[in-house]
Ligand binder design. Sequence first.
Ligand SMILES: Cc1cc2nc3c(=O)[nH]c(=O)nc-3n(C[C@H](O)[C@H](O)[C@H](O)COP(=O)(O)OP(=O)(O)OC[C@H]3O[C@@H](n4cnc5c(N)ncnc54)[C@H](O)[C@@H]3O)c2cc1C
Length: 511
Amino acid sequence: MFSALFVVVVGALAPRTGRICRRVAMSSSSESHFDYLVIGGGSGGIASARRAATYGAKVAVVERGALGGTCVNVGCVPKKVMWNAAHITEVLHDAALYQYRGDLESVKLDWGALKTARDNYVTRLNGIYGRNLDNSEVTKLVGTASFDGATAVRVGEKVYTADHVLVAVGGTPTVPEGLEGAEHCITSDGFFELEELPASVAVVGAGYIAVEMAGILNALGAETSLLIRGDLALRSFDDLLSTTLDAEMKRQGMTVVPQTTVASVALDEETGLKTVVSTDGVEVGKFEQVLIATGRRPLTEPLCLDKVGVELDSKGYVVVDDFQATTAPGVYALGDVCGNVELTPMAIAAGRRLADRLFGGMPLAKADYDNVPTVVFSHPTIGTIGLTEAQARDRYGDDDVAVYKSTFVNLWYGPMPIEPADKPKTAMKLVCVGPEEKVVGLHVIGMGADEMLQGFGVAMKMGATKADFDSCVAIHPTAAEEFVTLPVWGMAGSTPAKLGKTEKKEEVSAR
Ligand SMILES: Cc1cc2nc3c(=O)[nH]c(=O)nc-3n(C[C@H](O)[C@H](O)[C@H](O)COP(=O)(O)OP(=O)(O)OC[C@H]3O[C@@H](n4cnc5c(N)ncnc54)[C@H](O)[C@@H]3O)c2cc1C
């Protein structure tokens, strides 16, 4: 049962798309039958497989690429390395303003050398993931999986059966349909293949991946334009975040082009430059690179899910219930392929809870998709948990919502010889509901927002109120302390009568 079998399947290099869904005779020997067969060795799949193995289940993971999935190979990890590099560049710039002497301007990033170091790090992580599976006695199957029966999965020429099958195949970047010259563009996957910093780049998109990539490129010195279909990037976030980020990106020298849908990208073979034209016929500019970050789609097509009755929604995501069960008995799905909170820790949590339920004797175990803390590694970073102000007003009505806000300059910028108005701003908002002023939304943009959020996430999971926030003594001098000192401080609960709601809702402080 616990053989740490490493099966390299012949036919591992079978085409990844356009597979023909064949029906073959199934064998169910003890070698090819598992308690749990996980398709996808990414964040959710590996976490679920290893958790199931701790309960004594016989588990296999099928992976067609590098272990670790999107996050490790073309997502969170290499992205954060590049964000760190961008942050170092910003600190070098700030060093002069902190009266450091010397030729700081001559310090430049060797992009190629960092890429090599980053790739080596990712390769090391791939190895660690592999060894972790071995240590957990999970069988690794190499190749592209597709369904071959209710709970039978084909990998290459072999078919495996299982009591339970998990679909954790993630997603992949998309390019808008009909975009002329799409072949001249890169996606976030291509960003990680760049051998050098482009001199100029157009980033197309308004979601978190678009603003993160644009922020990195801009901070590292590329002439960066962010092309947005609407008015603002991150439009679904609280407006305090999207408007503050918009102002900050512009202050940092990024060109933000709103109301622009890209129609075509034409390559000039001589100069290597790519001309971007909008659907209005306007030439937006010529760029060395055009990075499309307009969305992702679930990687369901090689799986032949229709064969086993797994329902997909109108966008192609796998439909699951609260317990990650699909519409086919014995088949489960989680992570990006379900399109609900597409984040690594969410996939991990859902994977572990599913294994707890199937193999750990916890019939009610399920992941909680509410109040998930999220960080956007923009410049500056954004942290957000729970409802936006607009969502809270919609759900609870204006009279039951109290909002506490603050905009201030981080002490980091205090001694810098620049006009106060030109200093980067940190902005925060607490959205509270009901007479007890339960915190249902927490939003921050500014230096250090990424590292301030986790603990507040715990507080919100516990149902913290504004009074609870106020009862926690501030850590001074930090930016996070503003969350526990938001005016009007120490009056929550009694404030509606004493202060009046209008005054409370509009509080803004400036340090
Ligand atoms: C640029 C970028 C930055 C990101 N940054 C962050 C971040 O900072 N924080 C964060 O929390 N999240 C981030 N994410 C999101 C995060 O990477 C995903 O939410 C997470 O990886 C989803 O995990 P998953 O298990 O659902 O899928 P994945 O991790 O994508 O794993 C799926 C695996 O299945 C394999 N596979 C697919 N089809 C088959 C098949 N038919 N047979 C065999 N194997 C198959 C794939 O090769 C892949 O390895 C980022 C994503 C991107 C693209």
